[in-house]
Structure formats: structure tokens, C-alpha cells
Design a protein around this ligand. Structure first.
Ligand SMILES: [Zn+2]
Length: 112
């Protein structure tokens, strides 16, 4: 990749970042659970569990936290999480490209 090609690629990555909304780290889990009532359909054979229940799992200061979400909240969180994954991918690509281009720039200057 030539230097001007690399610059164009880098600028395309920057523009793509501008299209992202809020980014939310974490992941969504959908769960089906029994309620504990032995007369309920969830205790039948075969069991018909309650759900889906939505849970959001994320890390804060190294600790994993889980919160319950409504279906509507889950939908929003999924969108934010998708944008978070895209942001991380874009940043990794920018880092790779930058390493290559800054190596090239350093190589063009004589060492001390
Ligand atoms: Zn039940």
C-alpha cells in the first residue's frame, strides 16, 4: 500500500467512526427460567419455561455486573453494543495502519 493510499484508507476509517452512535460495552443474554411453582407449566414434563428474560452483562473496574432489561431496553443495548464492537474494530484497523505508516515515516528519517 502506498503512502497516499494508506492516508485515504485511514481517513475512511475516521469517517466511519463518525457514523457511530453511543457505544456500550457488554453483552446481552436471553434466558428462560422456571418460577419455582410446582403446579406451573414450567415444572411440567417437558417444562415450558418463562421468558425470554434479558440480561446485560458488562464489566466495571474489572468487576462483572449483570442487570435485568426489558425487551425494549435489550433492543437499545444491542444496538449500542454493536456500535461498540464496530468502534473497537475500527480502532484496531487504525492502529495497524498507523504502525505501518509511522514505521515508514521513521524509516525515511536518518537515525541519530
Ligand atoms: Zn412457572
Amino acid at each position: 500500500m502506498g503512502s497516499s493510499e494508506a492516508k485515504a484508507k485511514f481517513e475512511a476509517l475516521q469517517r466511519e467512526i463518525l457514523t457511530l452512535g453511543f457505544v456500550r460495552p457488554g453483552s446481552l443474554v436471553r434466558r428462560w427460567m422456571p418460577c419455582g411453582n410446582p403446579a406451573c407449566r414450567c415444572a411440567a414434563q417437558p417444562p415450558r419455561l418463562h421468558g425470554p428474560y434479558y440480561q446485560w452483562t458488562y464489566k466495571v473496574a474489572g468487576k462483572t455486573r449483570t442487570v435485568r432489561l426489558s425487551q425494549e431496553q435489550a433492543r437499545l443495548c444491542q444496538k449500542w453494543a454493536r456500535d461498540h464492537k464496530r468502534l473497537k474494530r475500527l480502532v484496531r484497523q487504525m492502529e495497524r495502519l498507523s504502525l505501518q505508516e509511522t514505521d515508514r515515516a521513521l524509516g525515511a528519517i536518518s537515525r541519530p
